[in-house]
Design a protein around this ligand. Structure first.
Ligand code: RFL
Ligand code: PHB
Length: 393
């Protein structure tokens, strides 16, 4: 079957679902093709940290009712190194800005519900298999659903299909350069039915490796520990995870870890990935399809939403004002912000992970960087403004 729309969107992650709502608000049609089932997309556990800009956009879209009710607002973050803990107060250092903790899967649930209420078509369990004619005015997405091949003809294709999707791979060789950094460690992340042991997030360097204390609600905690790249979830019985978290998070401020039932456990590799061109012809990439940051800065989802802000504005200008320039400037408008987040994510990753022998030259450099946060308001402000997200994106 062949059908038509104005913007064909591949992927019902935060990027694709936000784009469709912004286009709908402007009276522009779109169709989303999503490989996974609705149930799977709504239960995939990932991010939790939303920047102010992201929350503001969901409010503008009328998609923040539950986020405003259930999201947890934080005005600071704890950073700890070898058990010495400091706090970076965002509100003091950034003129009242902060972050909101709200699970990505909750946000995806909200966005899917609102898309469906607004009658935006989402085809679940539909796999985009081929992009055709992307350098013409009538690009096409070939996809398979229920073992049948379909074609979606569009004016534009938005590749919001994540790192493993087909959009980036459909851009011709030579149309972009790739930059990549693989880190020699991964995160073992858990969700547990237990009250958070801290009112704000804690990022901790310990000689046994990094640990992060995050949370989802008054009764659910989200915690991570650094593990080796080839480690397996099966190697980590629950008690061992709690013991390790306790060792790594213990500090000079009397931290006490609450333990509870672990109901989710997974290992995520740490990678930085970047390309220097997000457009080829009528195909535009947004979110993880075009860039990956290690999760230490909490930036991936926020970058995806910020890309979409630019992309939707450019589509709207094209349809409403007959202007092509914003579409042609999409890449150059996005890249500086993405590189800034790449740098911050790499900074946080190298500062808090165990990479060098305890007491070595590189260890002392890490520690000096941490001490500088305590010594210098300028350095603490640099961290605060990057962490909450720069206002101008
Ligand atoms: P997604 O969410 O990967 O969505 C892409 C969608 O495309 C679908 N797809 C296809 N559909 C049709 N045909 C095909 N051929 C397809 N190929 C793929 C997929 O099924 C999927 O539904 O990309 P998007 O929208 O760009 O969103 C990016 C974010 O998901 C990601 O950056 C964040 O989760 C990163 N991240 C964090 N970001 C933050 O801003 N704050 C955080 O606190 C944060 N913590 C994290 C994170 C990511 C983590 N992991 C698991 C990688 C913590 C972790 C542990
Ligand atoms: C999370 O809550 O899942 C989270 C928070 C901060 C990060 C990464 C993940 O830097």
């Amino acid at each position: 079957m062949t059908h038509k729309t104005q913007v064909g969107i591949i992927g019902a992650g935060p990027a694709g679902l936000t784009l469709s709502l912004l286009l709908h608000q402007a009276g522009i049609q779109s169709v989303i093709i999503e490989y996974r089932s609705r149930d799977y997309a709504e239960s995939r556990v990932r991010a939790g940290l939303l920047e102010q800009n992201t929350v503001d956009l969901f409010n503008e879209l009328g998609a923040a009712e539950r986020l405003n009710k259930e999201g947890l607002q934080h005005q600071g973050v704890y950073l700890s190194f070898d058990g010495v803990r400091t706090r970076v107060p965002f509100n003091e250092l950034t003129g009242g800005r902060g972050i909101t903790i709200y699970g990505q899967q909750e946000m995806v649930k909200d966005l899917i519900k609102i898309n469906i209420e607004r009658e935006v078509p989402i085809h679940f369990e539909a796999t985009a298999t081929k992009l055709e004619d992307i350098d013409t005015a009538s690009p096409k997405i070939q996809y398979i659903q229920n073992e049948e091949t379909h074609v979606l003809e569009c004016d534009f294709i938005a590749g919001c299909d994540g790192y493993h999707g087909i959009s980036r791979k459909s851009m011709p060789t030579g149309s972009y350069n790739e930059f990549q950094k693989e880190y020699p460690f991964s995160w073992l992340g858990i969700l547990a039915h237990v009250a958070p042991s801290s009112d704000e997030l804690i990022y901790a360097y310990h000689e046994r490796g990094f640990a992060l204390h995050s949370l989802r609600s008054e009764t659910v905690s989200r915690l991570y520990i650094q593990v080796d790249n080839n480690d397996k979830v099966e190697n980590w019985p629950d008690k061992q995870i709690w013991d390790e978290l306790e060792i790594r998070l213990t500090d000079n401020k009397g931290f006490k870890l609450n333990r509870g039932e672990i109901f989710e456990k997974s290992i995520t590799p740490m990678r930085s990935f970047m390309i220097d061109n997000l457009q080829y012809g009528r195909l535009f990439l947004a979110g993880d399809a075009g860039h990956i940051v290690p999760p230490t800065g909490g930036k991936g989802l926020n970058l995806a939403v910020a890309d979409i802000k630019w992309l939707s504005a450019a589509f709207i200008d094209w349809y409403k004002n007959n202007k092509e320039e914003p579409l042609l400037s999409y890449t150059s408008n996005c890249l500086p912000r993405i590189w800034r987040a790449q740098d911050f994510s790499n900074f946080m990753t190298t500062l808090f992970h165990k990479q060098a022998a305890q007491g070595s030259f590189d260890y002392h450099l890490q520690k000096a960087k941490f001490n500088y946060i305590i010594q210098s308001v300028a350095q603490a402000t640099t961290i605060a403004e990057n962490y909450v997200g720069l206002k101008e994106i």
